[in-house]
Design a protein around this ligand. Sequence first.
Ligand code: MLT
Length: 408
Amino acid sequence: MVQVNGNYLKLKAGYLFPEIARRVKAFSEANPEAAIIRLGIGDVTEPLPEACRTAMKAAVDAMGTREGFHGYGPEQGYLWLREKIAATDFQARGCAITAEEIFVSDGSKCDSSNILDILGEGNRIAVTDPVYPVYVDSNVMAGRTGDADAAGQYGGLTYLPITAENGFTAQIPTGQVDLIYLCFPNNPTGAVATREQLRAWVDYARANEALILFDAAYEAFIQDPELPHSIYEIEGARECAIEFRSFSKNAGFTGTRCALTVVPRGLMGTAANGEKVELWGLWNRRQCTKFNGVSYIVQRGAEAVYSPEGQAQVKALIDFYMENAAIIRQELSAAGLQVYGGEQAPYVWLKTPEGVDSWGFFDRLLSQAHVVGTPGSGFGAAGEGYFRLSAFNSRANVEEAMRRVRAL
Ligand code: MLT
């Protein structure tokens, strides 16, 4: 008799985005005439940059020749891509990250879950609340938590509330935790961490021999030149942090799939016998065993992001989505709603009107304005009373969605 992984049975309801999709489908079937505008899931809408398309087409043609054909690539990614990432995304910002420390992958979501493969079962884990649900659910699936309580919080996890009261930046824990998930610019609140705030986390992690899992998938949306894009801009972070990056949101690769994880050499964990073990070696081993790399064609597309044309085209995409975010902020404020985020991130986080909870606001927006957003409570108990709107859509859709919201 085959047994299932009982940890899956601890998961609360569906994963947030499929659950939203299910509700939208039901509404849409009952109201086929409704022109629904989706500002829910953070999925890009604008075409792939021309530089990426041109590079991918050339790679497809190369694959059609004996000389240009590529079979299995390096599990870590092609060196020509890793070198460009290291130079442009890290060294140019003063971070001493080398190509060897970059592992190209098919997504930050996958990597931020897969990383648990190399981490022990006894770690005390801290997540912010609200939080990108993948960090929590992947720990539940891996059996690293207890059961959920009535509020949906899992036993064994330390939740660090991020609310308007603390400026949406979590307080450093007073007790000991071993593994800390941070995401800045933040999904879902759109908040961003200053250098000083990141330094406090790095100091905590070093003092407590903890590991920070830093999700920087939205770093390209930072507008303020003073703000850090990488945790490695903070001194000492190489000793205590792994960083996740993605081409999904900057270059529109959500459907194309390419991302990267940085595991610095010399970043150590502790084995059960007390011996220090380098995490780089474990991650390399994990990837070589379980992963066959990202396709040659896609990696050529990602490489084109670093060409002068690619950089200009990516900047234009970011500017476009950030103008959408500004419109959303402005219109919601004009409608009398309290808004946060949307200035250094493609997400606007709003306070739901008095007496309306997150799912109540979701239903109201869907049924009355035919606009889809994401209920804050779907990101955690402290997200109750908040709601997220994504800036990823066409200008016409964003303007029309805001017109309908204001008319409510
Ligand atoms: C979101 O809407 O939060 C994003 O789609 C998350 C993701 O990229 O997986």
